[in-house]
Unconditional design. Structure first.
Lengths: 260, 525
């Protein structure tokens, strides 16, 4: 017989950006109000976005999206969606291995992935290439790789504009873009979560938000205890803290929040 | 953390490039009807959960511990124990290893590579070392990829061409199965693009909807992971049932795309296993039966035993394109020119080529003015003397049958080569195998070229008998090849050079005009 405890004590030598992305992905996929549009941890080649069209349960897919857009544009590492009536909330998150890796103007660069620039066709301008009717019952990582692939329909060039370009034509004022930055703490691992200097970390997050006021969400992740359980500290902009997206995100993060 | 179950009968670690790769295996297992596993719940840290299962077929319990930080293209792993270590030079996306009570990890039970990228050019073989190493180590390998993809323009606004499987990869994996009896499988996903391809009358393999389904891979993976549960005989039957449709798909794909456009793999696709639909059905079962007990395929459907006679009878004349901007005139005019044939070449070039390879033109009425079409006929009727390859159209490597002529070409073009080296090229009296000669680009201006790393393993898989004992000459020709290549080759820190070191017997580097012999004990100038 194999003791489960003997497995849990088998630990990675470090966590870094992998740990950040894995923690957020698992929390977002464990049930809750938000839909994970896109997740791209290091070492992945995921190039598809799945958006839910408001007021319907139809999912639209953009596949083979560019991996390395040009300068001034940042492909998010995580995109979350919450539809609220006609309003579409989209939170794009950039994740890094530590706080120092934060770049300037992250919010702007993340937004441009959707909006585009003169040199880069944003996702919003591209047609969707697939659709399926009804919400995804189970998350599917790559079309067809799951054992029972969802029934996607290809949206060929002769499909209706209303289907292919609904996102492009969706009223700007009804799409609410949010941006976030997630990072691993340094040091990453704490003997006990109670030893974490929360004030210091929250101050650090505040400094970042002051310097980048458009950044709505900052998430810091560390690991504590002999099994290296991940824990989360977060800081939100005032605008975000009064939004429905805030409630949704906090519901997902709750199992790991150090300061609920 | 939720309450931990105390123990399980068997435990596996699921190493993946990242959490998403690991979770695909869990998705597979959660299809209980196919996998034979029933999930009981999960425990452990949020970012590295342990999934607990019961067998649907027995009372055994299992744990699958996700170890998601194993990624990257190098050897570095963030886990204390390297799951692939001695077995593979590169990391497949997912490696599943069994853990014993004392914490020891066994040789991987299976390895999976997921590819959602468009199949394009040499991108197809860039990962082939993973397939090759897994097969030679006896590790079942699943290469999971969409049956058809579709290229878009750079803005993602308009469709360009459909992209199909490269039969060269499928055939090489089939040949690995045939030679070693190790499962090296391609698992096709029938994405919505396939339906569009049908609508546009693009070539699609026969009965694709019957095999382009992940469920057979899930069945087979489940059997591998639950190996301890049933008798060897029962396992064998179930494995054959799961493997037969997988091999049927690989054979259908190889047949369809092995004769596609101007690329035709006649050496392979004219073998008996592709002769008719009935042969494909029979061959699928033959491969499934052999691989289910890890035995080589024997008889007429074997694909690993292509020999010199096959080259003489069905080899294609060789042509490789090389750009002036990345090659030296020495390489182009002193070496490649004597390997390359095209029917469209000018008659004087073709005639010089034929004479170089000792094709007797004296029977022709006026050798100086032989018509171009006649030269084409002469070349084909003398293919047993000429450099030949495995596919019509552009190719990557030539089997040089007249090694003495190749020796003379190299001696003239690369005068620094030692007599020992040239003697190896010529072969000894007992050596009548053609020498697989690979003009190897290797380096883009930006650094090493990942796709080329998979080329030699791909060729070694396609032609195990013809390439055995390092019967491969590599001519590294990019002008961007670093001058310190000997150091790179010796210190074993670069997978491009490592793969040459592992498989080739001779290496020439054009930029320094030097060459050396490689054997299992080291290097020799």
């Amino acid at each position: 017989m194999i003791q489960i405890n003997s497995l849990v004590t088998y630990l990675p030598t470090s966590h870094g950006e992998h740990g950040v992305d894995a923690t957020l992905h698992m929390l977002c996929m464990s049930g809750g109000p938000l839909h994970e549009v896109f997740s791209n941890p290091p070492g992945g080649s995921w190039t598809q976005f799945d958006l839910i069209r408001p007021r319907t349960e139809d999912v639209y897919r953009w596949d083979h999206i560019p991996r390395e857009p040009k300068a001034l544009v940042k492909r998010p590492d995580l995109v979350l969606q919450l539809n609220d009536g006609d309003n579409m909330n989209l939170l794009s998150v950039e994740s890094k291995l530590n706080f120092q890796a934060a770049e300037e103007n992250m919010s702007e660069k993340l937004m441009r992935y959707f909006a585009g620039t003169p040199e880069f066709t944003g996702l919003k301008q591209k047609p969707a290439w697939h659709s399926r009717k009804g919400l995804i019952a189970e998350p599917e990582i790559i079309e067809g790789v799951s054992a029972t692939p969802q029934r996607w329909q290809v949206l060929a060039p002769d499909a209706s504009e209303n289907e292919r370009y609904w996102f492009r034509d969706y009223p700007e004022q009804k799409i609410i873009f949010w941006s976030g930055f997630a990072y691993a703490l340094a040091p990453e691992v704490y003997e006990d979560a109670t030893t974490v200097n929360q004030d210091k970390i929250l101050r650090e997050m505040g400094v970042l938000q002051n310097s980048q006021p458009d950044l709505d969400v900052v998430i810091a992740i560390g690991w504590a205890g002999k099994f290296h359980e991940p824990f989360i500290l977060r800081s939100y902009s005032k605008r975000f803290a009064s939004s429905k997206m805030f409630e949704g995100l906090d519901a997902h993060l709750k199992p790991a929040l150090l300061n609920p | 953390m939720t309450t931990l179950p105390n123990n399980v009968d068997y435990a596996f670690r699921v190493y993946g490039d990242n959490i998403l790769e690991c979770l695909i295996l869990i998705e597979w297992l959660d299809h209980s009807e196919e996998s034979g596993f029933i999930q009981q719940g999960k425990t452990g840290p949020i970012d590295r959960p342990i999934f607990i299962y019961k067998s649907a077929k027995s009372d055994f319990s299992y744990a699958f511990q996700l170890c998601p930080y194993y990624g990257g293209t190098g050897r570095r792993s963030l886990w204390p124990t390297d799951p692939i270590g001695e077995w593979s030079a590169e990391k497949p996306d997912v490696v599943v290893t069994r853990v014993l009570e004392d914490g020891t990890q066994l040789k991987p039970t299976l390895a999976i590579e997921f590819c959602d990228a468009l199949q394009a050019g040499n991108q197809a073989w860039q990962r082939f070392r993973r397939a090759y190493d897994s097969a030679t180590a006896g590790i079942p390998y699943f290469y999971v990829l969409p049956l058809i993809g579709w290229e878009r323009d750079s803005g993602g606004l308009a469709l360009k061409g459909a992209r199909y499987q490269s039969a060269q990869i499928t055939l090489a994996q089939l040949a690995l199965c045939s030679k070693l009896g190790t499962p090296s499988l391609q698992i096709y996903t029938g994405t919505s693009w396939v339906e569009l391809a049908e609508r546009y009358d693009h070539p699609v393999p026969n009965k694709w909807s019957e095999f382009a389904d992940i469920k057979y891979a899930v069945q087979y993976a489940g059997l591998l992971l639950r190996e301890v549960e049933s008798s060897a005989l029962q396992q064998e039957k179930e494995r054959i049932n799961a493997l037969t449709p997988i091999f049927n798909g690989m054979l259908q794909v190889a047949k369809t795309y092995g004769k596609h456009l101007d690329t035709k793999f006649t050496l392979h696709t004219e073998r008996p296993l592709f002769k008719s639909e009935e042969d494909i059905e029979k061959a699928s079962k033959t491969y499934a039966q052999a691989v289910s007990v890890r035995k080589p395929v024997e008889g007429e459907y074997a694909l690993h035993n292509i020999n010199h006679d096959d080259l003489k009878n069905k080899g294609a004349l060789f042509f490789k394109d090389a750009q002036n901007g990345t090659t030296t005139p020495r390489f182009r005019d002193g070496f490649l020119k004597w390997l390359n044939w095209r029917d469209s070449f000018a008659p004087d070039i073709k005639q010089a080529y034929l004479e170089k390879w000792n094709v007797n033109l004296s029977g022709e009425m006026l050798p100086a003015s032989i018509p171009s079409s006649r030269l084409n006929e002469i070349a084909r009727s003398n293919r047993d003397k000429l450099p030949v390859t495995y596919k019509e159209g552009k190719s990557e490597a030539a089997f040089v049958q007249n090694r003495k002529v190749l020796r003379d070409i190299l001696a003239t073009t690369y005068p620094k080569l030692s007599q020992t080296f040239l003697k190896w090229v010529e072969g000894n009296n007992n050596e009548n195998r053609p020498l697989l000669t690979v003009p190897f680009y290797g380096y883009k201006p930006s650094g090493d070229s990942r796709p080329d790393r998979g080329l030699l393993p791909n060729l070694a898989a396609l032609f195990p008998d013809l390439t055995a004992d390092r019967n491969i000459l590599v001519v590294m020709y990019s002008i961007n090849t670093p001058k310190n290549w000997r150091h790179l080759l010796s210190n074993e820190g670069n997978e491009l050079w490592n793969v040459i070191r592992v498989l080739a017997g001779g290496l020439i580097v054009d930029v320094t005009q030097e060459g050396l012999l490689i054997n299992d004990n080291g290097l020799e100038s």
